[in-house]
Ligand binder design. Structure first.
Ligand code: ITT
Length: 189
């Protein structure tokens, strides 16, 4: 089967392919159009649906979108849906988040991913995944992307960037959502 990934984020594309596996043939929106889809929604779901709908309309093929973000409890859920716009690049975003959090004791945070699979006109399914953890006091590790150097999942005292891709792909928000998607695909055939 063929799925068009409605994302330009190369790290997400790599993770999605690793998690879903090689049975699927992948294209990306960039195979059709070089465009940045504006994120104007109020929720991850709205943004994900907008990306999947747009990609389906451009490609005419089943499309899968991922809108994700890091919700920090002591920052009232920020950066949340603004995760990709919180700063000009990963380094600035991390610096800003650590500065805003300061030495607050409550470091609880939640990574959320909302996938929308848009497979025919006005027909779509939603798959969500969460990964709870804590924000480190400083960036550590080199693997992964985005906020991985400051997010310590579950009871781990290491960040996703230190734990590495294999561990991340076992427990991440993206894995949890895509595991549901895989089950849905298997049920469908
Ligand atoms: P697309 O819209 O093209 O998919 P994007 O990077 O803009 O790419 P989002 O709007 O979903 O994607 O923003 C999510 C941001 O949240 C992303 O840029 C990262 O900074 C962060 N993020 C999401 N998942 C992450 C993960 O698994 N590890 C670290 N950071 C993550």
């Amino acid at each position: 089967m063929l799925i068009v990934l409605a994302t330009k984020n190369q790290h997400k594309i790599k993770e999605i392919k690793e998690i879903l596996g090689a049975d699927i043939h992948y294209q990306t929106l960039s195979d059709y159009l070089n465009i940045d889809i504006k994120e104007a929604g109020r929720t991850l779901m709205e943004n994900s649906l907008a990306k999947a709908t747009f990609t389906f309309k451009v490609s005419g093929k089943p499309s899968l979108a991922d809108d994700s973000g890091l919700f920090v409890e002591a920052l009232d859920g920020e950066p949340g849906i603004h995760s990709s716009r919180y700063g000009i690049d990963d380094e600035h975003r991390i610096t800003k988040l650590l500065k805003n959090l300061g030495t607050k004791k409550n470091r609880k945070a939640l990574f959320k991913a909302v996938f929308v699979y848009y497979y025919a006109l006005n027909k779509y399914e939603v798959f969500e995944g969460e990964c709870a953890g804590e924000i480190a006091y400083e960036p550590c590790g080199t693997e992964g992307f985005g906020y991985d150097p400051i997010f310590m999942p579950g009871k781990y005292k290491k960040t996703f960037a230190q734990l590495g891709q294999k561990v991340k792909n076992r427990i991440s928000h993206r894995t949890k959502a895509l595991t549901k998607f895989k089950k849905y695909l298997q049920r469908d055939f």
